[in-house]
Design a protein around this ligand. Structure first.
Ligand code: ATP
Ligand code: MG
Length: 350
């Protein structure tokens, strides 16, 4: 069974922790002090560093403190985080465990293939542990059904005996907190979704919030940067912290290439133009989506598969990554009949 790694696949990963690559179940555990997350030094280390998502932070903090006071960590209830990639779902899961002072075990749903995978994991949990299942919409039916009694009554069903004398044995397990993350809430079955106490949609970040994230990241990278340059990067980050950090790194490279020791606005703009990130954060693929709709379908409607085929991209990437931001920016509409470019989108492409 492969255990998902939750550190970022990017340039700062030179020091990857082997912890989550282990095949051993215990090896998946990460004490939630994030010290095992050396690979991604830009991941927030506490809720103060976790910028934005105020409603999420507030409601979780209230429930976490209440659970701690009750001396019953698992009474926090299970947490489901959903929304587009890079908005902080994994980071939030780590912070929940850290605030609880407990251990997090991280898995990707497709890795939990066989019944014994999930049963083994459930039985290995200590009281108050956080079990983080990423891409939870991809759990198979059998695993999902094994999970129901575990998250509802903290019990697992085991098959005992050989074929003809098979009977189900119910075993108590330690009380834990399931944190699920998904980019596709609609793909989660109602019975699973209803078993989460906290269901949170991750919001896109505004420019001020992204500016704060970039400022903190620049400090961690020991980079001196002008405020206006910070905001320029923020404006082109399509509301997404992961992209903000990525653009910051690209701009830093460009500035170092020019041997500058202070990153100013002009340098930031030149670098972002060089990397073809436009003023609204749209990249070439975003523009291509709008253009194929305009040029081939007079702006739409056209189906997702058609669009994906025309731009040569995977349909899931178009749906999960490109479309949410185009929709959020008011450039594209998702309708029953297909995707349509809005007036604003038409104007943008003129
Ligand atoms: N609220 C935040 N404050 C500061 N930095 C953040 C915040 N959210 C995310 N980040 C930064 O963005 C990066 C990506 O976030 P994260 O991995 O948590 O996103 P995700 O929602 O799990 O994405 P995916 O759906 O692709 O798994 C983090 O490593 C961190 O550097
Ligand atoms: Mg994630």
């Amino acid at each position: 069974m492969a255990i998902v790694s939750s550190y970022e696949q990017n340039g700062e990963d030179s020091n990857k922790s082997p912890v989550k690559k282990s095949k051993n179940l215990d090896g998946a555990a990460t004490k939630a002090d994030l010290s095992n997350e050396k690979g991604n030094k830009l991941r927030p280390e506490n809720f103060d560093e976790y910028i934005g998502q105020e409603r999420l932070k507030q409601t979780l903090s209230i429930s976490i403190n209440a659970a701690k006071k009750r001396n019953d960590l698992a009474s926090l209830g299970h947490v489901l985080l959903y929304g587009p990639p890079g908005l902080g779902k994994t980071s939030c899961a780590y912070l929940i465990a850290k605030e609880l002072g407990t251990t997090i075990k991280t898995f990707s749903a497709p890795a939990l293939e066989r019944p014994k995978d999930i049963i083994g994991i459930l039985m290995s949990l200590s009281p108050g542990d956080v079990l983080f299942i990423d891409e939870i919409h991809r759990l198979n039916k059998v695993t999902e059904e094994l999970l129901y009694p575990a998250i509802e009554d903290f019990e697992v069903d085991l098959n005992a005996g050989k074929d003809d004398s098979t009977r189900i044995m119910r075993l108590k397990i330690n009380k834990f907190i399931l944190v699920g993350a998904t980019t596709k809430l609609g793909y989660i079955s109602a019975p699973l979704r209803d078993r989460f106490l906290h269901v949170h949609r991750m919001e896109y970040y505004n420019e001020a919030e992204l500016g704060q994230i970039i400022e903190k990241s620049a400090a961690k990278l020991s980079l001196k940067i002008e405020d206006k340059a910070l905001l320029e990067i923020a404006g082109r980050s399509r509301g997404t912290p992961r992209i903000a950090n990525r653009l910051l790194r690209l701009v830093r490279d460009y500035s170092e290439h020019l041997e500058k020791d202070f990153l100013d606005l002009e340098t930031a703009k030149k670098a972002l133009d060089l990397y073809q990130i436009d003023k609204h954060g749209l990249d070439n693929m975003d523009k291509k989506i709008l253009e194929v709709l305009i040029n081939n379908y007079q702006g739409g409607p056209a189906g997702l598969e058609t669009i994906a085929g025309l731009i040569g991209e995977d349909k899931n990437t178009v749906e999960d990554y490109y479309e949410p931001f185009l929709i959020q920016s008011g450039l594209l509409l998702r309708t029953q009949r297909g995707r349509i470019v809005t007036e604003k989108g038409l104007e943008y492409c003129k």
